[in-house]
Design a protein around this ligand. Structure first.
Ligand code: KG4
Length: 337
């Protein structure tokens, strides 16, 4: 059994093949550099780049897997959420290939794919989580705590009420003059700075929900106030600002994650999404799990950002349930749209 996964929700065109049991045979990603000069993803340009990339990327994934097209059992594709023009490219391509090869099509929710990325097996010995587990999903568009009872049964028990953690990284990095996306730059700078040099606002909201807008404002005010007396403030304190910002974001994330552990009593904790590539986030989750005797699943960095291997594994679970997608399916930009 071979499942082809196709991911085109934002600015990465990716295709992957997995075999029975979730064994990864190939995972090809074409990233789009065209957006760099604009300081963010330009949807129109992303769709066009997907059109250019999709055939060679899928072709390479099948070749690298060492199989023939005709051996594929199903085509899994990201149906949403994401940029609609980008999603249309992957969806249309999946339909064409599925019709041409006469194999079923499986639609995948991009966020669930991030959560299930822990089941990708690079070797038959790769350890995978047992259900139930808690997943902290942190990306450019989402910050959620999810109870994962099975591959099909997930409940969001905490979510951001304003910005996502990735947006907090990126927007603060932008006002410091760092390139987009700023998250990885903050991560790198933070390693050389003092995490206690500055104190930024932390939200005080009940329950398991997140908020990052207050932090963003307080970061902005710190820069504004200090720049009044020292025009070179950012330049001089870059590393300390990055380290303090990162430490605050991590403290906010960990506070609710620990609460979720207390409330649910679940003993396995996983992380996923682009921000889970952050060194500080990874260390904090690993340390919390170690301290509390929990099992931690920290994905390899290549599976934290958008990739088709996670789409293929999510599609694999639906394929096992014969949960196929009709040909009149259309992509969705947001959940519920
Ligand atoms: O999941 P993802 O690839 O896609 C979107 O949701 O768009 O997440 C992208 C986010 C961006 O905000 C980026 O700055 C952040 O993940 N990110 C990081 C790191 N690597 C990526 N944030 C902090 N530290 C990193 N090392």
């Amino acid at each position: 059994m071979y499942i082809l996964g196709i991911e085109s929700s934002c600015d990465d065109t990716s295709a992957a093949v997995i075999a029975d049991g979730g064994l990864l045979l190939s995972n090809v990603i074409a990233s789009q550099s065209v957006h760099e000069e604009y300081g963010g993803v330009v949807p129109e340009l992303a769709s066009r780049a997907h059109q250019q990339n999709i055939v060679p990327v899928v072709d390479a994934a099948i070749r690298r897997a060492g199989i023939e097209r005709g051996e594929l059992s199903a085509i899994a594709f990201t149906r949403g959420p994401g940029l609609i023009g980008s999603l249309l490219v992957g969806t249309s391509f999946a339909k064409g290939l599925s019709l041409g090869l006469r194999v079923p099509m499986v639609d995948v929710n991009h966020l669930q794919a991030h959560v299930l990325a822990h089941f990708i097996k690079e070797t038959p010995q790769t350890e995978v989580p047992e259900f139930p587990y808690l997943c902290l999903l942190v990306s450019g568009g989402n910050s959620q705590i999810i109870v994962v009872r099975s591959a099909r049964d997930m409940e969001i028990i905490g979510r951001t009420i304003d910005d996502a953690a990735g947006e907090a990284f990126d927007k603060c990095a932008k006002v410091m003059g760092l390139p987009y996306p700023g998250g990885p730059h903050i991560d790198r700078l933070a390693a050389e700075g003092d995490p206690e040099a500055f104190r930024f606002a932390r939200p005080r909201i009940e329950g398991l929900d997140y908020s990052f807008s207050g932090l963003k404002t307080s970061f902005l005010y710190t820069l504004r106030d200090n720049l009044r007396t020292d025009p070179d403030f950012i330049e001089k304190r870059r590393a300390d600002l990055a380290a303090s910002l990162q430490a605050t974001i991590i403290a906010i994330l960990m506070n609710k994650l620990e609460k979720a552990v207390d409330m649910t009593g679940i003993t396995t904790v996983a992380i996923g999404g682009g921000v889970s590539a952050n060194s500080g986030v990874r260390n904090a989750v690993a340390a919390m799990c170690e301290r509390r005797g929990l099992k931690a699943f920290i994905p390899e960095r290549k599976f934290t950002t958008d990739n088709a291997a996670m789409v293929a594994i999510a599609g694999y679970f639906k394929y096992l349930d014969s949960d196929f997608c009709p040909y009149n399916a259309v992509p969705y930009a947001r959940i519920g749209s």
